[in-house]
Design a protein around this ligand. Structure first.
Ligand SMILES: Cc1cc2nc3c(=O)[nH]c(=O)nc-3n(C[C@H](O)[C@H](O)[C@H](O)COP(=O)(O)O)c2cc1C
Length: 414
């Protein structure tokens, strides 16, 4: 056998190089309630470069990489201790110093925690790496783990990734989908339905933002009407009345927009969060299911000392819990979608009111000779904006029915 070129061998072992593993492989470990390893699969041992004897009873930080900010672990432990499942991109250190990245799904179980991990392959990893570097730089300057965790949330939000729950729902779905595509595996119906809903709700956000802009463009209309009315003196009476009416309607509509889209408790945020929670759980369930199948079918995948049957039971129980939680998330989506539907109906009524005001404006404009020209300019502006608002609202109604259609399909699956 030819010897490896010593320089090549040294490079291969350099701490900057990556320890490779297959996209199809899954890591598994179970810890006690302090994070001390009690069970693990062969993929974990092989990639981390340890013997089972070295990992058993070792704290999980045995694979901790110095590039990982403390803030991430602070956030993860806060979630785990609160009884929540958490997903995070984690860079780990192999025994020989090389690194490997995983997307880890960590969950509380009776008496401890479980982590199932996949190889990340999406662009999200690059974004997260940059954020971790920024956190680490602040930690090196003395930032506390808690403040660093807050910085993580801030940075995710800045990059359009939303809150941590939204981010982790997107991360697990994106990585799982990319992986399934590369491996030529299908995505099951449950996950697909949640993905369809989350895409629909993301479009609702775009439509609502654009609709808000269209409202802003017509905010000055009542004031311009009053100016025209004052110029017309007595003849301006009807226009003045229309402007008051119009102003009130715009007021009501902007209240609607703010209760619909502003803040964490708005109608839109509630339905979006419920969908994302369902999506997260749906993918978490699929991941644990794959791990269960590996446990059942692949005898060589676990060190001999591991009681595969006991581990399967633990995972089965966890999968059951996810299923129950997915059903709860689905009920929330159903309720929120109904509320959403009612809210959109209110808005439709306002828009109809707006249309009749526009019609009155048109009639007035036609009956006035000179000042009618100024009014007809306003009418044109109203035509454009209101058409846009109507179209966007119709699209929102359509998207809500996509969501409701998917909830009914999901009901039959869960
Ligand atoms: C189930 C489970 C899996 C974990 N997996 C990892 C891991 O893969 N890599 C890692 O660095 N920490 C992991 N941790 C977190 C470690 O326990 C530890 O908090 C972390 O390495 C940071 O170490 P420190 O708290 O001493 O700074 C895991 C924790 C649990 C409960």
């Amino acid at each position: 056998m030819t010897e490896l070129n010593p320089q090549f061998a040294a490079e291969a072992k350099a701490t900057t190089s990556e320890a490779q593993f297959q996209l199809s492989e899954l890591f598994y470990s179970r810890t006690d309630d302090r994070g001390v390893i009690e069970a693990g699969n062969s993929v974990f041992l092989r990639v981390a470069g340890f013997e089972w004897d070295e990992l058993r009873s070792a704290p999980h930080k045995i694979v901790r990489h110095p590039d990982m900010p403390k803030g991430l672990f602070y956030l993860a432990w806060e979630q785990l201790k609160a009884g929540n499942t958490v997903a995070a991109y984690v860079k780990n250190k192999r025994k020989d110093g090389r690194f490997y990245w995983v997307l880890a799904l960590m969950s509380p179980i009776e008496g401890g925690y479980i982590s199932t991990r996949i190889k990340p392959s999406s662009d999200m990893l690059q974004t997260v790496t940059e954020i971790y570097q920024e956190m680490l730089a602040e930690e090196e300057k003395g930032m506390s783990p808690q403040a660093s965790a807050d910085l993580l949330l801030e940075k995710l939000n800045e990059r359009g990734l939303g809150t941590y729950p939204s981010f982790q729902a997107a991360a697990i779905a994106t990585e799982f989908e990319m992986r399934a595509r590369s491996l030529g595996r299908p995505i099951d119906q449950l996950q697909k339905r949640f993905l369809d809903m989350s895409r629909a709700i993301a479009q609702v956000e775009t439509e609502t933002t654009e609709m808000t802009e269209a409202f802003k463009a017509i905010r000055t209309v009542p004031m311009n009407m009053r100016i025209i009315a004052s110029r017309l003196e007595n003849a301006g009476g009807p226009i003045s009345a229309i402007s008051v009416n119009y102003s009130q309607m715009l007021e009501e509509m902007s209240t609607w927009v703010s209760t619909f889209v502003d803040g964490d408790a708005c109608v839109f945020a509630r339905i979006r969060d419920a969908i994302l929670q369902g999506q997260f759980l749906g993918f978490a369930m699929a991941l644990e299911q794959e791990m269960i199948e590996l446990l059942r079918n692949n005898v060589n995948d676990f060190p001999e000392e591991i009681d595969r049957e006991a581990e399967t039971k633990v995972l089965d129980k966890l999968r059951e819990k996810y299923l129950e939680q997915t059903a709860e998330a689905l009920s929330s989506v159903e309720n929120e979608a109904k509320r959403f539907g009612r809210s959109v109906l209110d808005m439709k009524r306002y828009v109809t009111g707006l249309s009749s005001t526009r019609m009155m404006c048109k009639i007035e404009s036609a009956s006035l000779s000179n000042s009618g020209t100024a009014l007809s300019g306003i009418v044109d502006q109203l035509d454009d904006c209101q058409n846009e608002i109507e179209q966007r609202l119709a699209r929102i109604v359509e998207l809500n029915s996509v969501i409701q259609g998917n909830t009914s399909m999901l009901r039959s699956l869960i």
